[in-house]
Structures are given as structure tokens and as C-alpha cells.
Design a protein around this ligand. Structure first.
Ligand code: ATP
Ligand code: MG
Length: 283
């Protein structure tokens, strides 16, 4: 049995649950309980506020956790980052009121900056040789300048709309974050096997997300050219059609290359092209 701590509600809750479901671990309605079992996989889920997740993992209360890298680095506790998960992307930036004339980092010298991330900010300011006061605020940091609490803020930005609605401008991007899987590094061999199985499934899910399955009909004379266009996992599947001189070709392509491949295949005579979603690719 392996215990994993997830955010109980908030921005990472849904994506964390979706990831577990995507890798075949059925997670029941997470918002109702503090501790939940999964019916078809030997893990137990613990739900906490994201601020507490690094501590719960480093103390060993849970073996694994899913949390933003920002929280991990801010708390500075001893945990291992096992895997970046590709969701919950954001950055922590310095922002100033749009009315000020910002002339570079020196502007912050002697100023007061409001933030919920004092440790990350302190380290950054030290590296840059700036002396500024840090005002710790745990919520609604973006209102601090208008409320006269601080001259500037250091806060999470994703789309930037919160900054705009508070008449602030992002001036320095300091820290890039995304959701990460963390561990306390003290797994017994059974727990390590469970983690390995999860990592294998996560890798498969990630690969399949960007793939499409392509089926098409092709004059048999064009097979060699089509194989150059569709290298596929090993090589494309080719099957004869009932009509003489024609074949059906199947292959998996990267979504980002799909339309370019379709254009090239049409140019060599491909017809009846079908594009299907790929549910899983087992690596
Ligand atoms: P909790 O009640 O669990 O303490 P919270 O209010 O501190 O929740 P959320 O706003 O739910 O936190 O954000 C959780 C994490 O989601 C952040 O720490 C960050 O890693 C990530 N995140 C991604 N985009 C954003 C965003 N636009 N604003 C805030 N956090 C974001
Ligand atoms: Mg929090």
C-alpha cells in the first residue's frame, strides 16, 4: 500500500484526479473524503491543502504527493522530485503598478514587495543584489499596492488577467512552475514497484496524448514513398485492398505533424484518409 497526498480542492485537484483516472486508477469523488481508497490499485489517497503537501511527504505521513513545484521550492523541505507532470503550469513574477516608470531591477531597491513566496523571492533578490522589504501576505496579494500595503508584488501569474484587472504590470519572470510528483525517498520495495508501475503508465499516457492514428488507401506503387513519409513506431502496417493495385496503410503520427503528413500523402495519391484518437500507447 502506498499513500499519495493530493490537493483537496483548488487548481491542481481536478488535473491530479484526471491523471490518476487516465492511468487506470479509479478515483472516486475526491472532494468528499479526507482519506480514500482506490478500488483497483494498491494506493490510498490523502487530501490536504497544497501548502501542507511538502511537509506531509517529507515527514513520511504520505510516501508521494502531487503539488506545484513553487510550493516544494518555497517550503524547502527534503523531498525528491520524481516526475514533472505537465499540468498546473504557471510562473511567479514581480509586478509593479502600471503607473510607475519601471527602469529595471534597481527599481526594487528599498521598496516593499508583498508575496506568499518569501523564500523564493529572498533568494532571487540576494542573487541580484537588491535590498527590498518582503511583506508576507497569504491571500489576495494582487491588491497590496492599491491598498497601500506594498509598492509591488511577487505572485503567481498564468494568463495575466488578474494583474490587468488590478492595474499591475509583470516586469520580471522569476520562477517557472508546474505540478510535480514528489517522494520522501523512503519507499520499501513493494511501494517502489507500485511507483514504477505508475511511472510506466504516466509515460504511456503522455506519449499517446500527442498521437493520432492514421488510416488511408494508397496505390500500391506509392508504398515506398509513403513509408518515407510515415516512419511510424516500427514501420507502417500495409494491407491489400480488394481492388487490384491498391492497399490500406495504417500508422501513428505526431499530432503536430498531422496536416503536413496528410498533405504529402495526398500528393502521392492517398485517398479515404481517416484520423483517429489514440487512447493508449504501451511503451
Ligand atoms: P489551497 O487551499 O490548497 O492552499 P491555494 O489557494 O493555495 O489552495 P490554488 O490557487 O488552488 O492554491 O493553486 C494551487 C497551485 O496551482 C499553485 O500553487 C500553482 O502551483 C498552480 N497554479 C497554476 N496556475 C495558477 C494560477 N493561475 N494561479 C494560482 N496557482 C496556479
Ligand atoms: Mg495553498
Amino acid at each position: 500500500m502506498l499513500r499519495i497526498v493530493l490537493q483537496s480542492k483548488g487548481r491542481l485537484n481536478e488535473d491530479s484526479t484526471a491523471l490518476l483516472n487516465e492511468i487506470g486508477i479509479n478515483v472516486e469523488d475526491s472532494k468528499r473524503s479526507f482519506l480514500a481508497k482506490t478500488p483497483n490499485f494498491p494506493i490510498e489517497l490523502l487530501y490536504m491543502r497544497d501548502d501542507d503537501i511538502p511537509q506531509v511527504v517529507s515527514s513520511g505521513t504520505a510516501s508521494l504527493g502531487i503539488v506545484g513545484l513553487n510550493e516544494v521550492v518555497e517550503k524547502g523541505l527534503k523531498v525528491e522530485i520524481v516526475e514533472s507532470l505537465g499540468f498546473g503550469g504557471c510562473r511567479i513574477s514581480l509586478a509593479v503598478p502600471k503607473s510607475v516608470e519601471y527602469n529595471g531591477l534597481q527599481w526594487f531597491e528599498g521598496k516593499k514587495i508583498a508575496t506568499s513566496y518569501p523564500n523564493i523571492l529572498k533568494k532571487y533578490l540576494e542573487e541580484k543584489g537588491i535590498n527590498a522589504d518582503i511583506e508576507i501576505i497569504t491571500g489576495s496579494v494582487e491588491i497590496a499596492p492599491a491598498a497601500g500595503i506594498a509598492d509591488a508584488i511577487f505572485d503567481i501569474v498564468s494568463s495575466g488577467s488578474t494583474l490587468i484587472s488590478n492595474a499591475l504590470v509583470e516586469v520580471e519572470k522569476v520562477f517557472e512552475s508546474e505540478a510535480v510528483l514528489i517522494s520522501n525517498g523512503h519507499l520499501d520495495s513493494e511501494q517502489q514497484d507500485i511507483l514504477n508501475e505508475m511511472l510506466f503508465r504516466i509515460a504511456s499516457a503522455r506519449v499517446s496524448r500527442d498521437k493520432k492514428y492514421l488510416l488511408l488507401n494508397l496505390p500500391s506503387s506509392a508504398i515506398d514513398e509513403a513509408v518515407k513519409i510515415l516512419p511510424s513506431m516500427r514501420s507502417p502496417t500495409v494491407m491489400p485492398l480488394a481492388a487490384d493495385g491498391w492497399c490500406s496503410m495504417h500508422s501513428v503520427v505526431n499530432n503536430s505533424e498531422l496536416w503536413e503528413k496528410v498533405r504529402q500523402l495526398k500528393a502521392i495519391g492517398a485517398e479515404g484518409i481517416l484520423v483517429l484518437n489514440v487512447d493508449k500507447i504501451i511503451l
